[in-house]
Design a protein around this ligand. Structure first.
Ligand code: SF4
Ligand code: SF4
Ligand code: FES
Length: 317
């Protein structure tokens, strides 16, 4: 494959034709913030936190999707870029609960001096987000920060949806759709600030086209989609990642042989993920690999669900 030469912040870079600016930045040790980008998904350019300046381009360009061109001159740390990224982080963090995002995102927010609190105290949680119509969003009076806070959706035993934490990155939509599962159970509904991820007609997951592969949970960057086991353990205040070990193994259900990372706390599997750098599965699983782990747990407790067991243990400790 042909190599493409470009310049990034004054540093010469050379990457294979077809690479993105983000990949080129990473190749010369210049990481960029991302929210909607993930290596195993098609870029959707939803968040714009990865934007950079490209010489002779009028607009800032999303580095996660723009392919490199020969002779391109890219600047990733200009005043314009820093200001744009700061605003994206502030808008997102003032309207969405971001307490479960990863350390890297927090560090980027600090780096750009993002201060979501300057938009005011968050407005009260809303009960009608799922029934809002385009153009009917009330004009805010500016005294409180408009936000997407709403009750958590708990409608099945396997995972919960807490859209107060949803930054509309579209990753779950991509994983549920063409990039992995092809179930198309969820999509974006509504417009503008009232846009939200939804099943068809906001039906419960159990009545939707969802096949409970959990690939949406695997790609969600904010904890908006969460294993029911993790949700219940967090609620009982016994979720402790410092006490968890992660063991890689192979799913035993079928001949595909997906890699599984078993997250174990207190000698019980509390959730299952899959490495995204796997050439066959790209980190995606089916319902059996993702959720069908109870058969390896303590046989004496098999009569109970993992949630029952976790809560029973929490009550006795
Ligand atoms: S639920 Fe998670 S993955 Fe889906 S759009 Fe919201 S933040 Fe992104
Ligand atoms: S996760 Fe599903 S597809 Fe992968 S090996 Fe297990 S049963 Fe087969
Ligand atoms: S990470 Fe590039 S647009 Fe979101």
């Amino acid at each position: 494959m042909n190599e493409v030469a470009l310049n990034i912040d004054g540093v010469a870079a050379s990457v294979p034709e077809g690479s993105t600016i983000l990949e080129a930045c990473r190749s010369v040790d210049k990481p960029q913030p991302t929210l909607c980008y993930l290596e195993n998904l098609t870029p959707v350019n939803a968040c714009r936190v990865c934007v950079v300046e490209v010489e002779n381009n009028r607009l800032l360009v999303p580095s996660c999707s723009r392919p490199v061109e020969e002779g391109m001159v890219v600047n990733t740390d200009t005043e314009r870029v820093r200001h744009s990224r700061k605003m994206v982080f502030e808008f997102v963090a003032s309207s969405v609960q971001m307490d479960l995002v990863d350390e890297e995102t927090r560090e980027w927010m600090d780096y750009y001096g993002a201060d979501p609190s300057r938009y005011g105290n968050p407005a009260a949680s809303s009960l009608d987000r799922d029934s809002r119509h385009p153009g009917h969003h009330p004009i805010p009076d500016g005294s409180e920060a408009a936000n997407v806070h709403q009750p958590i959706k708990v409608d099945n035993d396997l995972y919960v949806r807490d859209y107060s934490r949803c930054i509309l990155c579209y990753k779950c939509v991509e994983a549920c759709g063409e990039d992995a599962q092809n179930s198309f159970a969820i999509a974006v509904s509504g417009r503008g600030f009232d846009a939200r991820i939804s099943t068809e007609f906001d039906t419960p997951l159990t009545n939707s086209a969802c096949v409970f592969c959990g690939n949406c949970i695997g790609v969600c960057p904010t904890g908006a989609l969460m294993f029911r086991s993790e949700y219940e353990m967090r609620k009982a205040e016994i979720w402790d990642e410092d006490e968890q070990s992660v063991t890689r193994t192979i799913c035993s259900y079928c001949a595909v042989g997906c890699n599984l990372d078993l997250h174990v706390q207190d000698n019980r599997i509390v959730k299952v993920t899959s490495p995204i750098d796997h050439s066959i599965t790209d980190g995606h699983l089916c319902i059996k690999g993702r959720f069908g782990y109870e058969y390896v747990q303590d046989l004496g407790e098999m009569a109970s669900t993992p949630i029952d067991i976790v809560l029973a243990r929490a009550r006795t400790t």
